[in-house]
Write a protein that binds this ligand. Structure first.
Ligand code: NAG
Ligand code: NAG
Ligand code: NAG
Length: 284
């Protein structure tokens, strides 16, 4: 019967006992195909592993591969205030105690005892270079002490209110960490200068900088990154406003000066500088 013929034709397609063919191919033919795919996929897998391996070799655990090349670092102030505005009334303690609290918190890791424990005394006025030699990692890298007593009148030890209680407040400045940055060439350390903006120049009064001249000592550079230099403490500069005009807004701008850091470009006006408003009220 035709129906039976078809059935056996089908069966023969799968397995033909006469020719030894399986699905129309001999076992040897199937074997070759399998071998081909096996080799092909093995090749792809090897290629993938090789590519990954080469990629991983180029990564360094202790250095970010892609670093934002910010030529001019940003600056921040402490206490921050709202919208970079420090406003208070001398006679009302509650209007300035949060600034004092913020400075206490900010400076606690800079206490002399913590710093002596964590960090070493470095040779000042020169970079503290700790390069790796080839694949031998110079790890962990040491960091230099920055003791808050360097900030003298703004350290909080001579005056626990940082001048806020008598209308001569301190503002602390730090520049953002930039891995590998070597600011200042020819042994000239970068320093901070502050001035009043526009019409406020006669309201600013005299300023005092700590450490003297508002310098960031060269020994705090270069910075090698969080992973390499675990105990790194950013250097600080404090500014004390000695005779600022009361009951008026005074717009202040501080900037970093270094002979090899370009001034903030048009594109990034805030690089290398920070502006804030001070308003110190007095009811007397
Ligand atoms: C970091 O500080 C801890 C103490 O807080 C100290 O034991 C450790 O040796 C320091 N590490 C480096 C690399 O300076
Ligand atoms: C501060 O700067 C002046 C002049 O630029 C310089 O004579 C003086 O030695 C500096 N002081 C310190 C402590 O660097
Ligand atoms: C403080 O500033 C005022 C002007 O705002 C000035 O008359 C006075 O002489 C200054 N005092 C000191 C000690 O510089």
């Amino acid at each position: 019967m035709a129906k039976d013929d078809k059935k056996s034709e089908w069966k023969e397609f799968f397995w033909n006992p006469r020719t030894g063919e399986f699905c129309g191919r001999t076992a040897g033919s199937w074997g070759l195909i399998l071998l081909f795919y096996l080799a092909f996929y093995l090749f792809l897998a090897c290629l993938f592993v090789l590519t990954m391996y080469v990629m991983l070799q180029t990564l360094d655990d202790y250095r970010p591969t892609y670093q934002d090349r910010l030529a001019t670092p940003g600056m921040v102030i402490r206490p921050r205030g709202d919208q970079l505005e420090l406003t208070y009334t001398i006679q009302y303690t509650e209007t300035w105690e949060r600034y004092v609290q913020a400075l206490n918190n900010f400076l606690s890791p800079y206490s002399d005892s913590v710093q002596s424990q964590k960090n070493i005394e470095c040779k000042p006025d020169q970079y503290f270079i700790q390069e790796d030699s080839g694949s031998l990692k110079n790890f962990p890298k040491r960091s230099c002490q920055f003791k808050r007593s360097i900030l003298e009148e703004c350290s909080g030890s001579q005056d626990p209110y940082y001048g806020y209680g008598n209308g001569m407040p301190c503002v602390i400045i730090k520049i953002n960490r930039v891995i590998g940055m070597l600011p200042g060439k020819d042994k000239q350390a970068p320093f901070v200068t502050c001035g009043a903006k526009a019409d406020d120049s006669d309201k600013l009064g005299a300023l005092e900088y700590y450490p003297p001249n508002g310098t960031f000592n060269l020994m705090y550079y270069p910075y090698y990154g969080k992973k390499s230099q675990v105990n790194y403490s950013q250097p600080l500069v404090a500014i004390k406003f000695l005779n600022i005009t009361k009951n008026e807004d005074v717009n202040v701008e501080c900037r970093i000066n270094a002979n090899n850091i370009p001034e903030g470009s048009e594109r990034d006006k805030f690089a290398g500088r920070v502006s804030f408003k001070l308003r110190i009220n007095s009811i007397e």
